[in-house]
Write a protein that binds this ligand. Structure first.
Ligand SMILES: NC(=O)c1ccc[n+]([C@@H]2O[C@H](COP(=O)([O-])OP(=O)(O)OC[C@H]3O[C@@H](n4cnc5c(N)ncnc54)[C@H](OP(=O)(O)O)[C@@H]3O)[C@@H](O)[C@H]2O)c1
Length: 314
């Protein structure tokens, strides 16, 4: 099968397209013929940190058709349409086929395209866990979303509206219109306005992108407010990891998000997409042999929603 294979330490520019052996499913595994895969920061950040999957194939989010099942598989049959997040299961999505434990996958709802299904898992789960579990977002609360335009941000915005929050979203001028269309109650354009100087006070702040001090976020929290750092600049990430606990002695809590994807959560998100509460924002599609160009685009940090790779099948 064709796959994009990690060759040398460093950046995605070193990835190459290669013929590799098609995998065979183990007892509890399914073999999926992949139709679409979406890229995530987790792919290139793992590469930079030298965290290389065993099969040397990156790609976490996949959607495709089950082609074979292991002898102990009970959840799926040949021909089922599925979607899954492989970030905790050895990656492998940048290939025509992948095998992974059946529990990684859920059925793809019929009315969702393979592209939309591949664009959902990791970014959607990050947004869900950040808002619901870490952020404890409640109906009617004031929510500030810093970085509303990328993969995680577009889902966080839609989920926060689903949970009944009042959403103030921060993005660049270029993405103001999209952010309003996705349901933000208020949008702050970071090109013209420094949101940390505004009087707003929030029950929850989700920092998805950008580079702001922990102190400036702390000052924006109501008593009892929560700050959850999802990603952004290395400075933003390290501050939250190292100093979050210091700021959390009082009623305000500041944490960094890390989580393992759960099947029930992915099923919940797929159901929301099926019912029309969530839509996938996909800015660009690339064929498998242009994966390096796709990563170059994503790494510039201004992709609007998701970047999807199409897998070739005759
Ligand atoms: N903690 C976890 O478990 C976890 C899981 C998944 C992802 N992450 C992290 O979350 C972050 C976002 O992931 P992603 O997949 O959503 O990335 P992404 O799709 O590449 O995000 C791109 C978006 O970031 C926005 N952006 C760039 N600079 C910004 C700024 N200064 N302020 C506000 N928005 C800005 C851009 O919008 P504009 O063009 O409008 O600036 C763009 O649309 C990454 O750092 C990733 O590593 C963490």
């Amino acid at each position: 099968m064709k796959a994009i294979v990690y060759q040398k330490r460093g950046t995605p520019e070193k990835l190459i397209l290669k013929e590799v052996e098609k995998p065979v499913p183990g007892d509890h595994e399914i073999l999926v013929k992949i139709h679409a895969t979406s890229l995530n920061a987790a792919d290139y950040r793992s590469m930079q940190m030298g965290l290389i999957p065993k099969r040397k194939i990156f790609g976490a989010d996949v959607a495709g058709i089950v082609e074979a099942v292991g002898p102990k598989v009970t959840l799926f049959n040949d021909g089922d349409a599925v979607m899954g997040d492989l970030s905790n299961a050895g990656f492998g999505g940048l290939a025509q086929y992948v095998t992974a434990d059946e529990k990684v996958f859920v059925h793809k709802p019929e009315n969702i395209s393979f592209d939309a299904a591949a664009a959902l898992p990791l970014a959607g789960l990050t947004a869900l866990v950040g808002l619901r579990d870490r952020g404890k977002l409640q109906k009617g609360e004031e929510f500030l979303l810093v970085g509303s335009a990328g993969g995680v941000g577009t889902y966080a915005l839609q989920l926060a509206k689903f949970f009944g929050a009042r959403v103030t979203a921060v993005c660049s001028t270029h993405n103001v219109e999209q952010t309003l269309k996705l349901g933000a109650d208020e949008v702050i354009d970071y090109n013209t306005t420094d949101f940390t100087t505004l009087p707003g006070c929030y029950d929850l702040v989700l920092a998805v992108n950008g580079n702001r001090s922990l102190r400036s976020y702390y000052k924006m929290l109501k008593p009892g407010g929560r700050y959850v750092m999802v990603g952004g600049s290395f400075r933003q990430i390290f501050q939250a990891l190292l100093l979050g606990w210091l700021y959390s002695f009082g009623s305000r809590k500041m944490t960094a998000l890390s989580f393992k994807p759960l099947r029930d959560d992915l099923r919940f998100l797929a159901q929301l997409m099926h019912e029309g509460y969530l839509q996938a924002v996909i800015e660009k599609h690339y064929p498998l042999d242009e994966t390096v160009a796709a990563f170059k685009y994503l790494r510039q940090g201004h992709a609007r929603g998701k970047v999807v790779i199409h897998l070739p099948h005759e």
